[in-house]
Design a protein around this ligand. Structure first.
Ligand code: C2E
Ligand code: MG
Ligand code: MG
Ligand code: MG
Length: 273
């Protein structure tokens, strides 16, 4: 059949495409099961205040223990969830789990760490997002100020006015908002100024090139100055060495996160610096 339409190239393309779609569909089926059978879980990574070196928050990071493929990272399945609308139910589920786990751990270990949860761009368009957040807070008893929702910078330029609207509504609930992966997107300074945000997270690609770049140092301290002018705190992501830690401290970042400070762990194995 492919031959009729124009030769071997097409036949090859068709087979490859069909295989890809099939693999995709199987994994999507698996993901539906994963939610039901509790294969999804959260690893938590500490964020420290640079002034005190003590943890002030943890970020929940999604993990999937797949029955066949083993441990999968979000990069391997979040895009799939985003394409298939599953992201909204997965997101709402993880919001419930994270708030419940952190509220319990706060009581158990007597700490007041805040919880950061990542939102997918698609969730910003979901009318059920607000009720889901409200419900998770009410059920867990976690105070709204203890929840910080991370929105990747890339999500915003698609529809900055709609994004700002949803973000304001979330903020009216009392939760804090963070711009994640800052520096990788295309948001303009004008847009940044209009966005309701409490925290700005500098993407790890900036930090990984530190030190040895005088230009990068200038860029980072400019971002810090700008964020502070907008009333936001700055987190340096992906801090992997003592030198990077010292440098982001010197450049004026407020908080830091990275393997040098603590790796993402299940809640019961999380070490709180
Ligand atoms: P992110 O929100 O920017 O999270 C930080 C990522 O950097 C995490 O990758 C974390 O494990 C990794 N990381 C932390 N410290 C270091 C370090 O020192 N060096 C290096 N090289 N990496 C470090 P992870 O867990 O694979 O998550 C990747 C991305 O997937 C996240 O980036 C976030 O955008 C997304 N994601 C994770 N969990 C969720 C979730 O529950 N919902 C949604 N929508 N997205 C999520
Ligand atoms: Mg994040
Ligand atoms: Mg990030
Ligand atoms: Mg990232």
């Amino acid at each position: 059949q492919a031959k009729v339409r124009g030769g071997g190239r097409h036949a090859f393309f068709d087979v490859e495409l069909r295989e890809r779609i099939q693999r995709h569909m199987v994994l999507e089926q698996d993901l539906r099961h994963a939610v039901r059978y509790d294969e999804l879980w959260l690893a938590y990574q500490p964020i420290i205040e640079l002034r005190t070196n003590h943890a002030v928050a943890v970020e929940g990071l999604l993990r999937w223990t797949h029955p066949v493929h083993g441990l999968l990272s979000p990069a391997e399945f979040i895009p799939l969830a985003e394409e298939s609308d599953l992201i909204n139910s997965v997101g709402a589920h993880m919001m419930r789990v994270a708030t419940r786990q952190l509220a319990a751990d706060r009581q158990l270990r007597n700490h007041a760490l805040r919880l950061n949860v990542n939102l997918s761009p698609r969730q910003l368009e979901d009318p059920d997002l607000l009720p889901a957040v409200r419900d998770a807070l009410a059920t867990s008893g976690l105070p709204p100020r203890a929840l910080c929702l991370e929105i990747t910078e890339n999500a915003i330029p698609q529809d900055p006015i709609a994004a700002a609207h949803v973000m304001q509504a979330l903020r009216d609930l009392g939760v804090r908002l963070a711009i994640d992966d800052f520096g990788t997107g295309y948001s303009s300074l004008a847009q940044m100024r209009r966005l309701p945000m409490d925290v700005l997270k500098i993407d790890q690609s900036f930090i990984s090139d530190l030190p040895d770049s005088a230009q990068l140092e200038v860029v980072i301290s400019s971002i810090v100055t700008m964020a502070h002018a907008f009333g936001a705190e700055v987190v340096a992501e992906g801090v992997e060495t003592e030198r990077q830690l010292a440098l982001v401290r010197r450049l004026g970042c407020d908080q830091a996160q990275g393997h040098h400070i603590g790796t993402p762990e299940p809640i019961d194995r999380l070490v709180i610096p």
